[in-house]
Design a protein around this ligand. Structure first.
Ligand code: ASP
Ligand code: MG
Length: 404
């Protein structure tokens, strides 16, 4: 007998048959003697469709009203799932975020959870009901509906699990868990039985998005361990928790991000303050810069390259060109034909030589490395986009398949 939070994503409740399936799963869990709280996302592509409706009226809809609109998506799922659960003979109580005690700040469309008052959830659980909560939404101090950023139902589930001290939080989705690489590209990719919060966060930042990053950060902060698993396929899934370094393999996963672009400023005067000027201009416009490399050239001039998300490339180019002119740099170049290959693993922290192995593997495949960046548990290389899949295969072989 346990206290369980289950979260079902949009693809798990995309149509009525799926909602009925989820209801059976939930009821089964309850009938095993557990108390169950279910968090649901909006059906399928509902959220995108709602955003699209609003944009047909105004390309930048007011955020308060957008939140009001988006919150309806999750409510539909809650109501339908409750109907399906009751049809199976169990009692259900469905809550929008504001009845579930989810209090946020006032930053509409990306509100942060400030606290959870789980009184009503607990009351209904004690009445032997299955509680179904709308994910992705909360209530601001002004008593307005807020949403928690795209993918925010994950955060709702983790935060509720923390607040009610659930025994386990299960995140159900359309994949079987976290893999050593993208199984669509690497058939040899294996399911990872357990992974640390930090590795999962690095994976998200290198292009392999399994869960909302904010939800993982929240789970880490409050030590909520959770499991990611498939709704429709049986399996153990991937356990996410704080890992002892010795438990991890050297490299846990290899990922590729094909949504990166490289911007290079040639002939930057080599003097103090220039880099500060370039990157604060980008920061002011909310452009996230990832990797940065500077080559000191001749005549007191340097070339400076950095990467941004491909969607930000045009904007970043405009800003950079303007700054380049101000500082007297020679020219600016944008390059979208790149990708970022990363290896991630807490095991790297106490295994020297990992970088060398990665670079040698790439060299053996005849692949040139253009930029490198490292953290304690990650090494990323920028390479040509056309080399991406080959590099991914080679590096996955080197670190994951060789391990046996
Ligand atoms: N429905 C919201 C979205 O699509 C929240 C979620 O699915 O977690 O972003
Ligand atoms: Mg979703």
């Amino acid at each position: 007998m346990g206290l369980i939070v289950q979260k079902y994503g949009g693809s798990s409740v995309a149509d009525i048959e799926k909602i009925k399936f989820v209801a059976r799963k939930v009821v089964e869990t309850k009938r095993k003697g557990n108390k169950v709280v279910v968090v649901v996302s909006a059906m399928g592509k509902t959220t995108d469709n709602l955003i699209n409706l609003a944009k047909q009226i105004n390309p930048t809809p007011p955020e308060r009203e957008l939140d009001l609109l988006l919150s309806t998506g999750e409510m539909v799922s809650v109501a339908l799932l409750c109907i399906a659960i009751e049809t199976l003979g169990e009692e259900a109580e469905g809550f929008p975020g504001y009845f579930a005690g989810i209090k946020t700040d006032s930053f509409h469309t990306k509100a942060r959870i400030q606290r959870i008052e789980p009184g009503r959830i607990i009351e209904e659980l004690n009445r032997d009901k299955i509680v179904v909560v709308a994910g992705f939404q909360g209530l601001s101090p002004e008593n307005l509906i807020t949403t928690l950023g795209r993918g925010g139902s994950d955060l709702t589930a983790i935060a509720i699990a923390a607040a009610i001290k659930a025994d386990i939080c299960e995140i159900y989705t359309d994949v079987e868990g976290v893999f050593t690489s993208d199984p669509n590209k690497i058939p040899e990719a294996k399911l990872i039985p357990s992974i640390s919060y930090d590795e999962l966060l690095e994976l998200a930042s290198t292009g392999a998005k399994v869960m909302q990053s904010r939800a993982v950060e929240f789970a880490k902060k409050y030590s909520v361990s959770f499991v990611v698993k498939s709704t429709f396929k049986e399996g153990e899934g991937t356990m996410v928790k704080e890992l002892e370094v010795k438990e991890g393999a050297v490299v846990s996963a290899v990922s590729i991000d094909e949504n990166q672009a490289k911007i290079t400023i040639f002939g930057v005067p080599d003097k103090p303050g220039i880099a500060g000027k370039i990157f604060s201009s980008l920061g002011k416009e909310n452009i996230n810069v990832d990797m940065i490399v500077q080559n000191t050239g001749k005549d007191n001039r340097a070339d400076l390259s950095f990467t941004v998300n491909i969607n930000d490339m045009e904007k970043a180019l405009k800003i950079t060109e303007k700054v380049a002119e101000e500082i007297g740099a020679e020219k600016v170049n944008g390059d979208a034909d790149i990708c970022k290959l990363s290896i991630i693993g807490v095991g790297m922290m106490n295994h020297p030589g990992v970088a060398g192995r990665m670079f040698t593997a790439l060299a053996e495949a005849g692949i040139n490395i253009e930029m490198i960046s490292t953290s304690e548990i990650k090494i990323s290389c920028v390479i040509r986009k056309k080399d991406g899949e080959k590099a991914l295969k080679k590096v996955h072989q080197e670190f994951i398949e060789k391990r046996g």
